[in-house]
Each structure stands twice: as C-alpha cells, then as structure tokens.
Design a protein around this ligand. Structure first.
Ligand SMILES: Nc1ncnc2c1ncn2[C@@H]1O[C@H](COP(=O)(O)OP(=O)(O)OP(=O)(O)O)[C@@H](O)[C@H]1O
Length: 336
C-alpha cells in the first residue's frame, strides 16, 4: 500500500477544464472518497491515477514514484493498482476462483489457487468458488471483483461507484462488507461516489468536488460539521440557504438567527442543514407538507414568504404551524 498524491492536476477535454488545479492525498492504508455530482471530475481523477490518460498539468505520485506529469504517463500495468468498476467487469467464461486468480499469474498454480480461495473466503464467497459470474448476484459479483483487485496486493485500489446498480439492502450490505475487507487488507483506497451517505459511511477522508474543482478535503466529521462553502455543505445533505447581511454577529433568517463570525454589514449567506431545524408547537412558521423520508419526515415550512425543509423524527405530531429552533451545530455562515 502507498500514499497516492495529486498535485495541482489539470485535465482538459475539448478546451474545457474537466479537472482544474486539483491537489489531494489518499493516505496510506485509508479510504478516500471522491464525492460530487455527475460531471464533477471524479472518474477523470481515477482514470488519471490508473494511467489510462495523460494529464495536462501537475503530477501524480504513487508512493515515491512519479506516475504522471506533463509528458510522463507510466503505463497502467506498471502502476500496480487494483480497480473495481460499477459493472463488475468479471470474465464471464472464468469461475469466481479463476477470476480472483487472474492477476496472480506469476505464482505457481497451487499457490495461486490457494491464494484465490483465501481471498474468496475473505469476501465471504469461498463456497461459490466454482460458480460463473452469471450464477452470482450483483452484490456477489462485486465482492469477487473486489477480491480480484486486492489479491495481487496492489499499492492502492480504485473503486468507481462500486455499489451503484444494487438494491438498497444489497447496497448497505456490500458497503459494510467492502469496508471490512479494505480495512483488513490495509489497502489505500480511492472510492468514487455521488452518494453522500456512502461517502460518510465508508471514508476516512472525503474529497468534495464540483465542476472539476476540489471544494473541500477533510474527515467526514469535519466536512459535515465545518463545511467551507455552501456547495460543500450541500454535498452532504439537504440544506436551506438564506442571503442577508450580518448584524451584531448574526444573519437573521425568517426562521431565526444564524451566528456569523463576519464584520457587521457583510453581505452573507446562511446555510442550515434540514436536520438542524427543530420544530415544536407554536406559530412562527406554517407547515406546508409532511412526507416520509426513511427514519425521518421531510417537512416543508413557510415563514415570511421563505420555504425551508426540515428533517424531523418520523411521525412527529405537527399542527398547522410550528415554532422553529435552529441548532447551531448545523448552521453555517459564509460571506457572499
Ligand atoms: N473522454 C472525454 N471527452 C470529453 N469530455 C469528457 C471525457 N471524459 C470526461 N469528460 C468531461 O469531463 C467532465 C468530468 O467527467 P467525469 O466523468 O470525470 O465526471 P464524474 O464526476 O465521474 O461524473 P459521473 O458521476 O457522471 O461519472 C464532464 O464534464 C465530462 O463530460
């Protein structure tokens, strides 16, 4: 396992930056999640690290080795990386065991078979060693793909949306199983997702991207509790935004004040997480709509013409109007 470091990396397609000056580090033996909406550049980062494409500026190092810089692109097979993609990409004509053994061709047959079985065991699929991919569920195929990528002891493993295409139950199970396997293997992992929950659950560190730019790199806790911008806050869950001016250290929103450590008079924006709004019987805001949202209800409330969303415990009894308390831990202010 090795640290993977990107320094001021840029990549353009057809004259437009698809990655613009991105620097980030995947620490040795940890999971770094690349989180962002479609088109934010997540897969481009993986392709550049894998050596599938050249970069246009900056450099990429895997451990001490310079893997990519302008005019230098170490071929993929010399990078010693593992890869897992969302479409599993197992060889259909090979059994599960043969798929896992595929990258172990330098070993003698018996050794290779034993190691493949050991990896199948690690992902809980030893009993399916002789099954062909079409005989396995999507989640099982993905676990085989993970075992195949890790068996040759890569310096780092790249996972591109590995849980998409699975139903929610399979997804949660596979997420937990993958995390356990990565932790056991102590492999550096870069994991692409557009799902905030996946990123928060799986990552040791998060890199939040938008439009080819890195918005924030932090631990999941830091990113959630101390976002550095409105966009970074919005990447981790629904937020409410209000534009106003700072007065006496706060922005006064229709639903209450949000503390702002900015000079008085500054044009600023408040961002309040939907789960940071506590509702109680009262008359400050009108309840427009209540909808189930898993363990929560999503409630739309209106005050002074503004409509905000609140996530409250499911089946809370709310009347037609409520008082609103903004919990400071989920409320942030940014200069506009
Ligand atoms: N080969 C290519 N040719 C032209 N444009 C490309 C190419 N690959 C990526 N892009 C563009 O670069 C930007 C980033 O794409 P990328 O696939 O890295 O985003 P992403 O965050 O992985 O998105 P998704 O979640 O949809 O996979 C997009 O605007 C995309 O259209």
């Amino acid at each position: 396992m090795s640290t993977v470091t990107l320094t001021r990396v840029r990549r353009a397609y057809n004259g437009a930056w698809s990655l613009d000056d991105v620097s980030l580090t995947a620490p040795e033996g940890k999971v770094l999640a690349l989180l962002g909406p479609s088109g934010s550049g997540k897969s481009t980062i993986l392709r550049l690290i894998a050596g599938l494409e050249p970069l246009d500026a900056g450099e990429i190092r895997i451990g001490d080795q310079l893997a990519s810089s302008v005019g230098v692109t170490l071929p993929p097979e010399q990078r010693r990386l593992g890869m897992v993609f969302q479409d599993y990409s197992l060889f259909p004509h090979l059994t599960a065991a043969a798929n896992v053994g595929f990258g172990l061709d330098k070993l003698a047959r018996a050794e290779r078979d034993a190691l493949a079985l050991r990896w199948l065991d690690r992902v809980g699929l030893k009993h399916r060693a002789d099954a062909y991919p079409h005989e396995l569920s999507g989640g099982e195929q993905q676990r085989i793909a993970l075992a195949r990528s890790l068996a040759p002891q890569p310096r780092a493993v790249l996972l591109d949306e590995p849980f998409s295409g699975l139903d929610p139950v399979q997804r949660a199970e596979l997420r937990d199983a993958t995390l356990a396997t990565l932790a056991e293997a102590k492999t550096t992992a870069l994991f692409v997702t557009h799902d905030a929950e996946d990123a928060l659950q799986v990552a040791d560190r998060l890199a939040i991207l938008k439009s080819g730019r890195l918005l924030q790199e932090a631990t999941p806790r830091e990113a959630y509790d101390r976002p550095t911008s409105i966009d970074a806050a919005a990447a981790l869950g629904p937020i409410n935004v209000f534009s106003g001016r700072v007065e006496s250290g706060a922005i006064t929103t229709p639903f209450g004040p949000v503390a702002a450590a900015l000079p008085n008079g500054t044009a600023a924006q408040a961002a309040v997480r939907a789960e940071a709004l506590a509702l109680s019987p009262g008359a400050a805001a009108r309840v427009i709509e209540v909808r189930p949202h898993g363990a929560h209800d999503l409630v739309r409330i209106e005050a002074q013409g503004a409509i905000w969303r609140a996530l409250v415990p499911a089946r809370s009894t709310l009347g037609e109007s409520v008082d609103v308390t903004i919990q400071p831990a989920g409320a942030f202010a940014f200069s506009a």
